[in-house]
Design a protein around this ligand. Structure first.
Ligand code: F6P
Length: 341
């Protein structure tokens, strides 16, 4: 068989582990040929590819980023994009395409699959917000990075008697905020799923100082918002590509809390450091298993599906299910975290 692989959307630790696993299983065990498209769907649109053999994937298991490069280009957003992709798939004699990506990538994958292309998806995102899989690789690494940062920030916050508002990634969901905040013992966590009340947040943080504590750490997912009318709030806008760009919840909260509490407050934006660097062992294992199962699904011709983790098993689920809704933090998870904050 001839299989094409691509990585699309925001990168995340573990992408290289999937590519390596696909090549090992397909080339070594099945005798397939694997090619990789550069910079996501863009490579398929422009027929820009390279051969992926064992040498090409040697030594990449623990490397962050993606050796193939990534972009947020989507075929369905370009005039004639879908037809161009179909033409190149035929020209290159591809029997299957394995796109590795998040919500946007999987939406494109579903559309192309519905148009008749043989596609098996692999989900990834540090945000962990893809429904139909319990976990996405990259998430464990991002939570680890954020937790380590929070542990470090506590000591400097205490020295200066400050409130630190730490912004973590999560445009639509608060999984990273919830898990890193719980792991590091943050004093408040705000997430997009549950607009916060600024009076309540001020009370919670203020109560710590009244109890004689010298500092407070608030973890804010980048997409967190105040309850309507509870605080003046700049929602940000969209960048030149039409992606949401937030005005900075940490900056806005630090101004507000400093004024309300009479304590020094500082915003800390962790940003892309959460997406960079070497994947954790957990993410390497999950990514490797996804790659292996994607190749098996290709050989069973189980197209229009993606790999998913259900409990401890890797299963195949319809792409349609994966892109139907985002997996948000359920209220009970938030309640569990809140009781120990
Ligand atoms: O989708 C993953 C993610 O890291 C989000 O958490 C974040 O909001 C976004 O990507 C950032 O995108 P970019 O790297 O394009 O600024």
């Amino acid at each position: 068989m001839r299989i094409g692989v691509l990585t699309s959307g925001g990168d995340c630790p573990g992408l290289n582990a999937v590519i390596r696993s696909v090549v090992h299983r397909a080339v070594v065990d099945h005798g397939d040929e694997v090619i990789g498209f550069r910079d996501g769907w863009k490579g398929l649109l422009e027929c820009d590819w390279l051969k992926l053999d064992l040498d090409a994937v040697s030594g990449i298991l623990a490397r962050g980023g993606t050796i193939l490069g990534s972009s947020r280009v989507r075929p369905e957003h370009l005039r004639g994009g879908v037809e161009r992709v179909k033409g190149h798939v035929e020209e290159l004699g591809l029997d299957a395409i394995i796109p590795i990506g998040g919500e946007g990538t999987l939406k494109a994958a579903r559309l192309l699959s519905d148009s008749g292309l043989p596609i098996v998806g692999v989900p990834k995102t540090i945000d962990n917000d893809i429904s139909a899989t319990d976990v996405t690789f990259g998430f464990d690494t991002a939570v680890g990075v954020a937790t380590e940062a929070l542990d470090r920030l506590k000591t400097t916050a205490e020295s200066h008697q400050r409130v630190l508002i730490v912004e973590v990634m999560g445009r639509h969901t608060g999984w990273i905020a919830l898990n890193s905040g719980t792991a590091a013992g943050a004093h408040a966590i705000v997430v997009p799923e549950r607009p916060f009340d600024i009076d309540e947040l001020t009370r919670r943080v203020g109560a710590r100082f009244e109890a004689g504590k010298r500092f407070a750490i608030v973890v804010a997912a980048e997409g967190a918002k105040p309850r309507a009318g509870s605080m003046e709030f700049d929602e940000g806008g969209r960048d030149i590509y039409g992606h949401e760009r937030f005005a900075g919840i940490a900056r806005q909260l630090s101004v507000e809390l400093e004024q309300r509490l009479g304590k020094e407050a500082r915003p800390v934006i962790l940003g892309h450091v959460q997406r960079g660097g070497t994947p954790t062992a957990y993410d390497r294992v999950l990514a490797t298993r996804f790659g292996w199962h994607a190749v098996e699904a290709v050989h069973r011709e189980e197209f229009g599906r993606m790999t998913a983790l259900h409990g401890t098993d890797i299963v195949m689920v319809p792409l349609a299910e994966a892109v139907s809704t985002l997996k948000t933090v359920p209220p009970e998870r938030y309640a569990e975290a809140e009781c120990v904050l």
